[in-house]
Design a binder for this molecule. Structure first.
Ligand code: TYD
Length: 243
């Protein structure tokens, strides 16, 4: 089974995806957590270039792997799409192997993120996005997708809070700028939200839309209820209570 978690920035989906994997493993299912862009070393490298181009190029320059130290140019929308597609192509090989090995794969973002971010928000054509999706995924599709939907401003506030928390945990008290996509306008993030809602509406049998403004534990139970109803549960796997 292939389950994906989608939503705007700060929707809390990563926390929920990790919780689901923990709960599946605790109930004798074998589940694996992964995320995009990422999931393989090459794909993590592409992620760094995409999300933090300045720091990535700075690091490459320090290692003598690039010879220029001029400021990084703007990442063009098509470049963004192609790099994400390259990362996904690498990742899908692994996803296939995990699924073949009988694992439940829980992925934090997948091809629907490209439809929402690069398609709806950046304005790249659906045909191009769809064609590249097919090439990268080779037809692999999630069986179930959760959309964590919440108003953009609430997502931004949450993201700010969680960044601050992780900086404090890591003893990093200076405020580092957000990643390249976090820094996009409210209008961009609005288009992402509407894009997701449209994609979800077109395939209601695959999508479950959740109100991400709800408390973490409530959302976790909603996710569990849906997932457990679709799994052939082993006899010794009575769901532990949520409390
Ligand atoms: P990340 O910090 O992981 O954000 P989140 O925790 O919200 O997932 O950054 C991933 C960013 O990459 C996020 O802003 C969405 C963006 N993205 C795309 O634009 N297209 C894609 O296809 C994927 C997978 C991610």
């Amino acid at each position: 089974m292939f389950i994906t978690f989608e939503g705007g920035d700060g929707a809390g989906k990563t926390t929920q995806a990790v919780r689901l994997v923990d709960r599946l493993n605790a109930t004798n299912h074998r589940a694996h957590f992964t995320r995009e862009p990422g999931g393989t070393p090459l794909a993590w490298g592409i992620r760094a270039l995409l999300l933090n181009p300045e720091e990535s190029l700075e690091a490459l320059w320090r290692f003598g792997l690039v010879s220029t130290h001029e400021p990084v140019e703007e990442t063009l929308p098509l470049t963004e799409l192609l790099l994400l597609t390259a990362a996904r192509t690498q990742h899908v090989e692994r996803i296939r192997a995990w699924l073949d090995a009988g694992l439940i794969v829980v992925c934090d973002r997948f091809a629907d993120a490209t439809r929402a971010y690069q398609g709806a928000a950046r304005g790249l054509s659906q045909e191009v996005v769809g064609f590249l999706e097919e090439q990268a995924t080779g037809g692999i599709k999630p069986d179930l997708t959760f959309l964590f939907d919440l108003p953009v401003e609430q997502g931004q506030k949450r993201k700010q809070r969680s960044l601050r928390r992780s900086f404090v945990q890591m003893n990093l008290f200076e405020t580092r700028p957000w990643n390249r996509l976090d820094r996009e306008s409210i209008g961009f993030h609005e288009r992402v939200r509407q894009g997701y809602l449209e994609v979800a509406k077109a395939e209601p049998e695959r999508w479950v839309i959740l109100d991400a403004t709800q408390p973490i534990d409530k959302l976790a139970s909603e996710v569990w209820e849906v997932v457990s109803s679709r799994l052939p549960l082993p006899p010794d796997s009575l769901a532990p209570s949520d409390s």
